[in-house]
Design a protein. Sequence first.
Length: 662
Amino acid sequence: MPGDESWHHAVTGDAIEPPASFAEQANVTDPDLREQFAREWPDCWSRAADLLDWSDDYDAVLGGDGPPFRWFDGGTLNASYNCVDRHLDERKNQVALTWEGRLGEFRSYSYLDLYREVNEFAAALRELGVEEEDVVTLYMPVVPELPIAMLACARIGAPHSVVFAGFSADALAMRMDDADSEYLVTCDGYYRRGAPVHQKNKADNAAIALDDGIEATVVVDRLGVRDGGESSDAADDAPLAADEYDYDDLVTAHRGETVEPVPRDATDQLFLIYTSGTTGEPTGVRHTTGGYLAHAAWTSHAVLDIRPEDTHWCSADIGWITGHSYTVYGPLALGSTTMLYEGTPDHPEKDRVWELIERNAVDVFYTAPTAIRAFMKWGEEHPASHDLSSLRLLGTVGEPINPRAWKWYHEHIGNGECPVVDTWWQTETGGMMVTTLPGVDDMKPGSAGRPLPGIDAKVVDGDGEPVEPGETGYLVVTSPWPGMPLSMVEDDGWFAEQRPLYPDLSEYDWAYFTEDGATVDEDGYVTLLGRVDDVINVSGHRLGTMEIESAIVGVEGVAEAAVVGGDHELKGEAVYAYVITEDGYDGDEDLRERIIAGVEDAIGPIARPEEVVFTTELPKTRSGKIMRRLLEDIANGETLGNTSTLRNPEVVEDIQSKVSND
Ligand code: WTA
């Protein structure tokens, strides 16, 4: 919280200029762009819209005085047309998608190939009964069929809801129920470190748990079993039921068919994606067609500096917003080559990422600090053994990056010649909001940068007043932006309900609180300090503590649980669970295992507790609130401050003695 000592991080000093060789050729070279956007706001955003093809031109960049905020009001467009069809004239034979599978397989699709398969699958979805506005859930690892299915949905105006493949059956069912989604595209399974994961079994278990049934399930044959592939596991070989369809059979049956892209209003929904917040259940964030796509395309152009001849690799899983905006929609809207990688960065060897960059001559690489910390740990000899000279720009996203990791990335991956953009944004913002323009702005390791042109973000105190340089506060956005989600467009009160506002923002006509803490320096560079709500960031993945707690209290023998995030060298944060057992149960290995299994069943392995600490009591204030901050300090092995406000100070020592700080 602002004013809290533990929030003080030094603002980083040493600024690094963009390399001249980069600045000369950058997509954005105008040093006055921020001023210009500010003067011309909101019309400045027509530059983003101009990167797209519109079926009907919009009447106003921002319609009405808002809310509702109708970006590109009156305009119609189709996202699939923008990402595929319109590139055919100039580059039908250029590679649109290039994919590397977990077993070392390789596939690539030209824009013409992509056009064909997106059309064929769109025709198949229509035949299965999918209509405009029907939500189609996509539950697959990073295989080419995933972006193809996304674009096929977009083509017919059916919002997609991609659910990260690692989520459990329960997590899938909750999302399908919440979205009233009756169509599912999944796969039979996929390989993880050489062993098959039975994705279809998880989907089947989800189907049983659904309130309403599933109209149709499409199954991608990823294990290659029905085609007589490798897996010998009987479970993979289960025949499809009457309402289940093989992806390849569907595409083959619709060979050569085309489907007219459905013109969508700029404010019509393109997709929804679930993310974790303060509440017990994840919430669906709905994004628009025009505003979102313009924001994704503009930031891909201005920040990632992507151009059509580039090969771009965003290493995020498509199941997260980063993959939506910067693997699929942004790069394809610009007509570049986007690279997909299904595997892990250290399999088969720790140089896998660098080998892929060298082999595919990747121009732009966008990854997460958690990955960069792992690369550092594995050693610089791995990147050094490959030719990485194709790289022109590096990016990071997902969590704060410490200056040491930033510098390592800059030096050992970028050879000191590539700008590094540290991009701050969220599922809710749709695209990047605070970062540097790589051909224009100085970089400050550890600090994301200034708000992008046209973005009104500030760091404020509890009264909503901008803080002085060096002070800590809350990051808020005080004007709408094109990538804002539908709930904010409509301003139906959803956001205020979801996140009780900490700072008093009543002096602004409209404002959005990001729930991130930050500082700002004298140059206006924002350094992020992490979430101020109950969201933990594990390896760049957002998890709500409430969600994990409710999974744990669902386990037989558990009376009460408190979950916090503790610092973790590689993951950024890790899940710490403090658990009180019910009478008659012991905090033993059996219960610990059942708790871990309970969390994996309810959410998935990413939420697995790093440590489960059994205790007889949780530290509580006199009013009965659990002191989470104290539990975080215990997890981090920090010296504890004053515990005299506790109702039960004696419990602290007991808990401390049980946490292993290694
Ligand atoms: C954090 C991911 C520091 C932040 C795109 C935010 C960051 C949350 C950065 C959103 C960054 C993201 N520096 N922190 N460059 N980028 N975050 O919704 O706490 O999965 O609120 O979106 O990640 O996570 P989400």
